[in-house]
Design a binder for this molecule. Sequence first.
Ligand SMILES: [Zn+2]
Length: 163
Amino acid sequence: MTNLIKKLKYTKANIEELKNEFRNRGDQDADDFIESRAEPILLVPEASDEERTKNRNINWKFHDTCFHCGRGAKGAVMFHMVNGGGFMASKKDSLLFSLFGLGDMYLYCIGSTCAKKFTKEVLKPRGLDPKDYFWGEAYVADYEDDPDYLHIGDTAGYEGDYE
Ligand SMILES: [Zn+2]
């Protein structure tokens, strides 16, 4: 495994620099600031109430529900929900949301079938790697076990800086 593959986008070493940039961002709001430094933030349409109700009979045996289609799911695949809901962020950018994202909603469940569909229809056509967007056994990225990798909510002891 080369260093190139293991290279992290953000580590503890970037925090001061990012916080300074955030303070000097001019008239950019926090969402624009994050977006300008993040991998693509992708829309994940949410299941309607009707879809959830329709699927209730098969949902009870699962402990989780797919955000996208409302069907029961095992919770084997999760995604980082941001912007107050309905959007998915890359694992590489967890620190940006921990430091500056008031609408960080942490991990939500997506069914493995919907994850595959999303990979085929949204990620692959844009040249994006599903291992950067989904969490779970089938989607482990090389950098996740790097001790310097900051997971969702981990700011290495620094406070968030929303304003
Ligand atoms: Zn689904």
